[in-house]
Design a protein around this ligand. Structure first.
Ligand code: AMP
Length: 282
Protein backbone atom coordinates (compact mmCIF):
# COMPACT_ATOMS: atom_id res chain seq x y z
CA UNK A 1 0.00 0.00 0.00
CA UNK A 2 1.38 3.37 -1.03
CA UNK A 3 -0.17 6.20 1.00
CA UNK A 4 -0.49 9.33 -1.16
CA UNK A 5 0.64 12.67 0.27
CA UNK A 6 -2.31 15.00 0.84
CA UNK A 7 -2.15 18.66 -0.09
CA UNK A 8 -4.81 21.32 0.38
CA UNK A 9 -3.33 24.39 -1.31
CA UNK A 10 -2.31 25.22 -4.88
CA UNK A 11 1.10 26.48 -3.76
CA UNK A 12 1.92 23.19 -1.99
CA UNK A 13 0.86 21.26 -5.09
CA UNK A 14 3.01 23.46 -7.33
CA UNK A 15 6.01 23.00 -5.02
CA UNK A 16 5.75 19.23 -5.10
CA UNK A 17 5.10 19.07 -8.85
CA UNK A 18 8.19 21.25 -9.44
CA UNK A 19 10.31 18.78 -7.44
CA UNK A 20 8.96 15.87 -9.46
CA UNK A 21 9.54 17.67 -12.73
CA UNK A 22 13.08 18.50 -11.64
CA UNK A 23 13.59 14.76 -11.18
CA UNK A 24 12.40 14.15 -14.73
CA UNK A 25 9.00 12.61 -13.88
CA UNK A 26 5.89 12.96 -16.02
CA UNK A 27 2.70 13.98 -14.19
CA UNK A 28 -0.86 12.69 -14.62
CA UNK A 29 -4.05 14.16 -13.15
CA UNK A 30 -7.40 12.53 -12.33
CA UNK A 31 -9.99 15.17 -11.35
CA UNK A 32 -12.83 13.86 -9.14
CA UNK A 33 -15.47 15.01 -6.67
CA UNK A 34 -14.62 12.17 -4.26
CA UNK A 35 -17.06 9.46 -3.06
CA UNK A 36 -14.78 7.25 -5.08
CA UNK A 37 -15.74 3.94 -6.66
CA UNK A 38 -14.21 1.46 -9.09
CA UNK A 39 -14.89 3.84 -12.01
CA UNK A 40 -12.57 6.45 -10.49
CA UNK A 41 -9.93 3.80 -9.71
CA UNK A 42 -9.98 2.70 -13.35
CA UNK A 43 -9.03 6.27 -14.32
CA UNK A 44 -6.13 6.13 -11.86
CA UNK A 45 -4.87 2.89 -13.40
CA UNK A 46 -5.27 4.32 -16.88
CA UNK A 47 -3.25 7.47 -16.19
CA UNK A 48 -0.61 5.48 -14.29
CA UNK A 49 0.27 3.74 -17.56
CA UNK A 50 1.59 6.99 -18.97
CA UNK A 51 2.55 9.12 -15.95
CA UNK A 52 5.26 8.45 -13.38
CA UNK A 53 3.52 10.62 -10.77
CA UNK A 54 -0.25 10.56 -10.36
CA UNK A 55 -2.28 13.33 -8.73
CA UNK A 56 -5.96 12.80 -7.86
CA UNK A 57 -7.94 15.93 -7.08
CA UNK A 58 -10.96 15.65 -4.79
CA UNK A 59 -13.16 18.73 -4.83
CA UNK A 60 -16.94 18.98 -4.74
CA UNK A 61 -17.14 22.01 -6.98
CA UNK A 62 -19.91 24.38 -5.82
CA UNK A 63 -20.12 26.27 -9.12
CA UNK A 64 -21.37 23.25 -11.06
CA UNK A 65 -24.39 22.78 -8.78
CA UNK A 66 -27.56 24.87 -9.07
CA UNK A 67 -29.12 26.05 -5.77
CA UNK A 68 -31.79 23.31 -5.93
CA UNK A 69 -29.26 20.52 -6.63
CA UNK A 70 -27.47 18.12 -4.28
CA UNK A 71 -24.31 20.10 -3.35
CA UNK A 72 -25.02 19.88 0.40
CA UNK A 73 -25.91 16.20 0.42
CA UNK A 74 -23.21 15.09 -2.07
CA UNK A 75 -21.27 12.31 -0.24
CA UNK A 76 -17.94 13.44 1.24
CA UNK A 77 -15.48 11.14 3.00
CA UNK A 78 -11.85 12.11 2.42
CA UNK A 79 -10.36 9.43 4.71
CA UNK A 80 -12.21 6.63 2.92
CA UNK A 81 -11.30 8.06 -0.50
CA UNK A 82 -7.61 8.31 0.44
CA UNK A 83 -7.65 4.69 1.69
CA UNK A 84 -9.15 3.52 -1.61
CA UNK A 85 -6.52 5.44 -3.57
CA UNK A 86 -3.75 4.00 -1.36
CA UNK A 87 -5.00 0.50 -2.17
CA UNK A 88 -4.21 1.05 -5.86
CA UNK A 89 -0.50 1.69 -5.11
CA UNK A 90 -0.69 4.12 -8.03
CA UNK A 91 -1.40 7.55 -6.49
CA UNK A 92 1.35 9.91 -5.35
CA UNK A 93 -0.67 12.92 -4.28
CA UNK A 94 -4.24 13.82 -3.37
CA UNK A 95 -5.13 17.47 -3.92
CA UNK A 96 -8.13 18.31 -1.73
CA UNK A 97 -8.61 22.08 -1.75
CA UNK A 98 -11.27 24.01 0.18
CA UNK A 99 -13.85 26.08 -1.72
CA UNK A 100 -12.02 29.24 -0.51
CA UNK A 101 -8.74 27.94 -1.97
CA UNK A 102 -10.35 27.49 -5.39
CA UNK A 103 -12.65 30.53 -5.24
CA UNK A 104 -11.02 33.21 -3.08
CA UNK A 105 -12.89 36.37 -2.09
CA UNK A 106 -13.64 38.45 -5.17
CA UNK A 107 -13.38 35.54 -7.66
CA UNK A 108 -15.02 36.82 -10.85
CA UNK A 109 -13.84 34.70 -13.79
CA UNK A 110 -15.57 31.90 -15.67
CA UNK A 111 -14.59 29.71 -18.59
CA UNK A 112 -17.42 29.30 -21.11
CA UNK A 113 -17.13 26.61 -23.76
CA UNK A 114 -19.66 26.73 -26.63
CA UNK A 115 -19.71 23.92 -29.24
CA UNK A 116 -20.09 20.57 -27.44
CA UNK A 117 -21.72 22.13 -24.37
CA UNK A 118 -24.81 23.09 -26.42
CA UNK A 119 -27.95 21.08 -25.64
CA UNK A 120 -28.25 17.75 -23.76
CA UNK A 121 -27.06 18.45 -20.17
CA UNK A 122 -27.14 22.22 -20.75
CA UNK A 123 -30.87 22.10 -21.54
CA UNK A 124 -31.50 20.77 -18.02
CA UNK A 125 -28.48 22.07 -16.06
CA UNK A 126 -27.68 25.40 -17.75
CA UNK A 127 -25.09 26.36 -15.09
CA UNK A 128 -23.23 23.04 -15.29
CA UNK A 129 -20.53 23.27 -17.96
CA UNK A 130 -19.51 26.80 -17.01
CA UNK A 131 -18.80 25.46 -13.50
CA UNK A 132 -17.03 22.37 -14.83
CA UNK A 133 -14.94 24.26 -17.41
CA UNK A 134 -13.90 26.85 -14.83
CA UNK A 135 -12.86 24.34 -12.18
CA UNK A 136 -11.15 22.00 -14.67
CA UNK A 137 -9.17 24.95 -16.07
CA UNK A 138 -8.09 25.88 -12.54
CA UNK A 139 -7.15 22.29 -11.67
CA UNK A 140 -5.15 21.89 -14.90
CA UNK A 141 -3.32 25.17 -14.20
CA UNK A 142 -2.70 24.25 -10.55
CA UNK A 143 -1.21 20.83 -11.30
CA UNK A 144 0.11 21.46 -14.85
CA UNK A 145 0.06 17.74 -15.69
CA UNK A 146 1.31 16.20 -18.93
CA UNK A 147 -1.97 14.29 -19.19
CA UNK A 148 -5.35 14.21 -17.49
CA UNK A 149 -8.05 11.56 -17.76
CA UNK A 150 -11.84 11.90 -17.74
CA UNK A 151 -14.48 9.17 -17.88
CA UNK A 152 -16.74 8.55 -20.85
CA UNK A 153 -19.45 8.20 -18.17
CA UNK A 154 -19.76 11.99 -18.45
CA UNK A 155 -19.38 11.96 -22.22
CA UNK A 156 -20.47 15.52 -22.96
CA UNK A 157 -18.16 16.74 -20.18
CA UNK A 158 -15.25 14.85 -21.78
CA UNK A 159 -15.95 16.60 -25.11
CA UNK A 160 -16.19 20.00 -23.38
CA UNK A 161 -12.87 19.44 -21.59
CA UNK A 162 -11.17 18.35 -24.83
CA UNK A 163 -12.52 21.49 -26.52
CA UNK A 164 -11.33 23.85 -23.79
CA UNK A 165 -7.90 22.19 -23.66
CA UNK A 166 -7.49 22.59 -27.43
CA UNK A 167 -8.91 26.12 -27.54
CA UNK A 168 -6.76 27.42 -24.67
CA UNK A 169 -3.73 25.70 -26.19
CA UNK A 170 -2.83 23.96 -22.94
CA UNK A 171 0.16 21.61 -23.31
CA UNK A 172 -1.83 18.72 -21.84
CA UNK A 173 -3.10 15.46 -23.34
CA UNK A 174 -6.75 14.81 -22.42
CA UNK A 175 -7.63 11.12 -22.33
CA UNK A 176 -11.05 9.47 -22.20
CA UNK A 177 -11.60 6.20 -20.33
CA UNK A 178 -14.41 3.63 -20.71
CA UNK A 179 -17.44 3.43 -18.41
CA UNK A 180 -17.13 0.97 -15.53
CA UNK A 181 -20.45 -0.73 -14.79
CA UNK A 182 -22.12 -2.79 -12.04
CA UNK A 183 -23.01 -6.43 -12.78
CA UNK A 184 -26.46 -5.46 -14.16
CA UNK A 185 -24.93 -2.81 -16.41
CA UNK A 186 -25.70 0.27 -14.29
CA UNK A 187 -22.88 2.80 -14.81
CA UNK A 188 -21.06 3.30 -11.51
CA UNK A 189 -21.72 6.72 -10.03
CA UNK A 190 -21.33 8.40 -6.65
CA UNK A 191 -25.02 9.34 -6.97
CA UNK A 192 -26.11 5.66 -7.11
CA UNK A 193 -25.77 5.78 -3.30
CA UNK A 194 -28.97 7.86 -3.25
CA UNK A 195 -31.02 5.01 -4.77
CA UNK A 196 -33.36 2.91 -2.63
CA UNK A 197 -33.69 -0.82 -3.31
CA UNK A 198 -36.58 -0.49 -5.77
CA UNK A 199 -34.99 2.47 -7.52
CA UNK A 200 -31.69 0.64 -7.82
CA UNK A 201 -33.43 -2.19 -9.72
CA UNK A 202 -35.08 0.26 -12.11
CA UNK A 203 -31.76 2.08 -12.64
CA UNK A 204 -30.29 -1.11 -14.14
CA UNK A 205 -32.65 -0.77 -17.11
CA UNK A 206 -31.07 2.41 -18.42
CA UNK A 207 -28.04 0.65 -19.86
CA UNK A 208 -30.18 -2.10 -21.43
CA UNK A 209 -32.52 0.43 -23.02
CA UNK A 210 -29.60 2.39 -24.48
CA UNK A 211 -28.25 -0.86 -25.92
CA UNK A 212 -31.57 -1.39 -27.69
CA UNK A 213 -31.63 2.20 -29.03
CA UNK A 214 -28.08 1.77 -30.38
CA UNK A 215 -29.03 -1.54 -32.04
CA UNK A 216 -32.15 -0.02 -33.61
CA UNK A 217 -30.19 2.88 -35.07
CA UNK A 218 -27.47 0.55 -36.34
CA UNK A 219 -30.05 -1.59 -38.07
CA UNK A 220 -31.51 1.43 -39.86
CA UNK A 221 -34.40 2.66 -37.69
CA UNK A 222 -35.06 6.42 -38.03
CA UNK A 223 -33.12 8.19 -35.28
CA UNK A 224 -36.12 10.13 -33.94
CA UNK A 225 -38.12 6.89 -33.68
CA UNK A 226 -35.37 5.08 -31.77
CA UNK A 227 -34.92 8.07 -29.41
CA UNK A 228 -38.66 8.22 -28.68
CA UNK A 229 -38.80 4.45 -28.08
CA UNK A 230 -35.86 4.76 -25.68
CA UNK A 231 -37.56 7.51 -23.67
CA UNK A 232 -40.79 5.47 -23.57
CA UNK A 233 -38.79 2.41 -22.46
CA UNK A 234 -37.28 4.33 -19.53
CA UNK A 235 -40.72 5.47 -18.34
CA UNK A 236 -42.10 1.93 -18.68
CA UNK A 237 -39.14 0.57 -16.70
CA UNK A 238 -40.14 2.88 -13.83
CA UNK A 239 -38.15 6.09 -14.29
CA UNK A 240 -40.25 9.05 -13.15
CA UNK A 241 -39.15 11.42 -15.90
CA UNK A 242 -36.80 11.48 -18.87
CA UNK A 243 -34.68 14.55 -19.64
CA UNK A 244 -33.40 13.17 -22.95
CA UNK A 245 -32.54 10.12 -24.99
CA UNK A 246 -30.49 11.46 -27.90
CA UNK A 247 -28.36 10.02 -30.69
CA UNK A 248 -25.64 12.50 -31.62
CA UNK A 249 -22.41 12.78 -33.59
CA UNK A 250 -19.84 11.15 -31.29
CA UNK A 251 -17.36 14.00 -31.63
CA UNK A 252 -19.28 17.26 -32.05
CA UNK A 253 -22.46 16.07 -30.27
CA UNK A 254 -24.45 17.74 -33.04
CA UNK A 255 -27.80 16.32 -34.09
CA UNK A 256 -27.63 13.78 -36.91
CA UNK A 257 -30.24 12.56 -39.36
CA UNK A 258 -28.47 9.43 -40.54
CA UNK A 259 -25.67 7.19 -39.34
CA UNK A 260 -22.71 8.20 -41.49
CA UNK A 261 -20.08 8.90 -38.85
CA UNK A 262 -19.49 7.44 -35.37
CA UNK A 263 -22.46 8.26 -33.17
CA UNK A 264 -23.26 8.12 -29.48
CA UNK A 265 -26.55 7.59 -27.69
CA UNK A 266 -26.84 9.64 -24.50
CA UNK A 267 -29.56 9.70 -21.86
CA UNK A 268 -30.54 11.41 -18.63
CA UNK A 269 -33.54 10.43 -16.50
CA UNK A 270 -34.79 10.72 -12.93
CA UNK A 271 -35.94 8.15 -10.39
CA UNK A 272 -37.22 9.61 -7.15
CA UNK A 273 -34.98 12.61 -6.55
CA UNK A 274 -31.97 11.04 -8.28
CA UNK A 275 -30.87 12.02 -11.77
CA UNK A 276 -28.87 9.39 -13.66
CA UNK A 277 -26.95 9.72 -16.92
CA UNK A 278 -25.44 7.12 -19.21
CA UNK A 279 -24.28 6.78 -22.82
CA UNK A 280 -22.77 4.33 -25.24
CA UNK A 281 -21.30 4.09 -28.72
CA UNK A 282 -23.79 3.37 -31.50
P1 AMP B 1 -16.99 12.65 -10.52
O1 AMP B 1 -16.33 12.35 -9.21
O2 AMP B 1 -18.37 12.11 -10.62
O3 AMP B 1 -16.89 14.10 -10.88
O4 AMP B 1 -16.16 11.86 -11.62
C1 AMP B 1 -14.77 12.05 -11.74
C2 AMP B 1 -14.31 11.39 -13.00
O5 AMP B 1 -14.60 9.99 -12.93
C3 AMP B 1 -15.01 11.93 -14.25
O6 AMP B 1 -14.05 12.02 -15.30
C4 AMP B 1 -16.03 10.86 -14.52
O7 AMP B 1 -16.42 10.78 -15.89
C5 AMP B 1 -15.29 9.61 -14.10
N1 AMP B 1 -16.24 8.52 -13.80
C6 AMP B 1 -17.31 8.58 -12.98
N2 AMP B 1 -17.97 7.40 -13.00
C7 AMP B 1 -17.31 6.60 -13.87
C8 AMP B 1 -17.51 5.26 -14.34
N3 AMP B 1 -18.53 4.51 -13.93
N4 AMP B 1 -16.62 4.76 -15.23
C9 AMP B 1 -15.58 5.51 -15.67
N5 AMP B 1 -15.34 6.78 -15.25
C10 AMP B 1 -16.19 7.31 -14.37
Amino acid sequence: MKAPIIKHTVSEVRGRVALWRGGGSSIGLVPTMGALHEGHLSLVREIRKRAEKVVVSIFVNPTQFAPHEDFDKYPRNLDKDVAMLASTDAVDMVFAPSPAEMYPQGFATAVDVAGPSAGLETDFRPHFFRGVATVVSKLLLAVTPDSAVFGEKDYQQLMVVKRLNADLGLPITILGAPIIREADGLAMSSRNAYLGERERKIAGFMNRILTVVAEQVRSGAPIATAEAAGAQGLLQAGFDSVDYVAVRDAETLERIETLERPARVLAAAKIGGTRLIDNMAV
